[in-house]
Design a protein around this ligand. Structure first.
Ligand SMILES: NC(=O)c1ccc[n+]([C@@H]2O[C@H](COP(=O)([O-])OP(=O)(O)OC[C@H]3O[C@@H](n4cnc5c(N)ncnc54)[C@H](OP(=O)(O)O)[C@@H]3O)[C@@H](O)[C@H]2O)c1
Length: 322
């Protein structure tokens, strides 16, 4: 079942990317447009019809087919299930979980920057690796599939240079079907890129703070920095200019914390693994706060099931201001 739905979601993501004649954000905000997945998709899916409805003030039209599920876009990354029709609950949940990411390119065009989604698999005491930096695998099998789905839905995946050195990840989509994202490494020190040097070499980009020449034919770009640190929003704007409308940030601590510090994360996904290290590397290192109200606050959040455990998914205000 998931495979069929997954195919549909990939199709939808591609469609949204090519919606050049799409009305602007404003007309969509309170418009009364209904987007019906085209007939071929409905037929391929072998599921009852699914209507995606863009409008928050107008009552959606009564579907002619009573089996129809209706979902309404409620702004940014929120989709409300208006009616489940005759969709199996698990199928609807699956579509609902990934639908927001199918529309990243739409929001990116509005914001003129890449949309950023950060993900960690962490223990119950908030560790993403042991003291020695070992992190494979803190999450479960389904989380791995989830991460690969996200890679396929996003245009780029980004990691810090230390994660590259420590984990030597390939950063490709292997556990599900779908396109490989561009692979971006943040860092200025020399690193061992051998795990990325496959046939899709041109899909690798290193973004650092120092000017230097091409290294092993990998595209290298230096962006202006402050105190040897790149700021999150300019990175997202640069990625957008390079044709990446969404980026999946897969850590580690410094990289993701920097983006959060810069208010340059749209969505945070935290896979909660039912274990405690009692030592190890924390998921986040942020400036010290004195009061609880100074904590990083999520505007919208929920917990979703990932295999035998849960994932926290929350939205952050992403505006790059201090
Ligand atoms: N459990 C999980 O989900 C998960 C996921 C990913 C990683 N991990 C673990 O996380 C650990 C690594 O985390 P980490 O915090 O040590 O390192 P990291 O975030 O992977 O990499 C840090 C490096 O990235 C570069 N960098 C990051 N942000 C930058 C910015 N804003 N401007 C310029 N450069 C920037 C710098 O590279 P240069 O020093 O080259 O300038 C910095 O030293 C590993 O143990 C890994 O296994 C766990």
């Amino acid at each position: 079942m998931k495979q069929t739905l997954w195919k549909g979601l990939l199709f939808l993501t591609g469609q949204v990317k090519t919606w050049t004649g799409l009305p602007g954000y404003c007309s969509f905000d309170f418009g009364s447009q209904t987007l019906l997945l085209d007939q071929s998709l409905t037929a391929t899916l072998d599921f009852p019809p699914l209507q995606l409805y863009f409008g928050s003030e107008v009552t959606p039209p009564q579907p002619t087919d009573s089996r129809t599920a209706q979902l309404r876009w409620a702004g940014d990354f929120h989709w409300q299930i208006l009616t489940g029709g005759q969709w199996p609950a698990e199928a609807l949940q699956f579509v609902h979980a990934y639908l927001p990411y199918c529309f990243c390119s739409w929001i990116a065009r509005r914001e003129q920057r890449a949309i950023s989604i950060a993900h960690f698999a962490q223990t119950l005491d908030g560790k993403i690796a042991t003291e020695t930096g070992y992190s494979r695998w803190i999450g479960n099998e389904e989380n791995l599939k989830h991460a690969h789905r996200m890679r396929a839905l996003c245009d780029a995946i980004l990691i810090g240079r230390s994660t590259l050195d420590q984990d030597q990840p390939r950063l490709t989509v292997r556990h599900v079907s779908g396109p490989n994202p561009r692979r971006i490494v943040l860092g200025s020190r020399l690193a061992d890129y051998s795990c990325l040097l496959d046939a899709a070499l041109e899909s690798v980009m290193v973004i650092g703070t120092e000017k230097r020449g091409a290294e092993n034919l990998i595209e290298y770009c230096s962006l202006p920095c402050e105190n040897d640190r790149l700021r999150g929003l300019p990175i997202l704007q640069y990625l957008f200019q390079k044709g990446c409308q969404s980026v999946y940030i897969e850590g580690g601590t410094q990289t993701t914390s920097n983006f959060i510090k810069d208010r340059a994360v749209d969505i945070l996904q935290l896979h909660l693994s039912p274990q405690i290290f009692g030592s190890g590397r924390p998921a986040f290192i942020l400036p010290t706060i004195d009061k609880v109200e100074d904590a990083v606050q999520f505007t919208n959040f929920h917990y979703q099931t990932v295999g035998d455990t849960l994932m926290f998914v929350g939205q952050l205000p992403c505006d790059g201001s201090d």
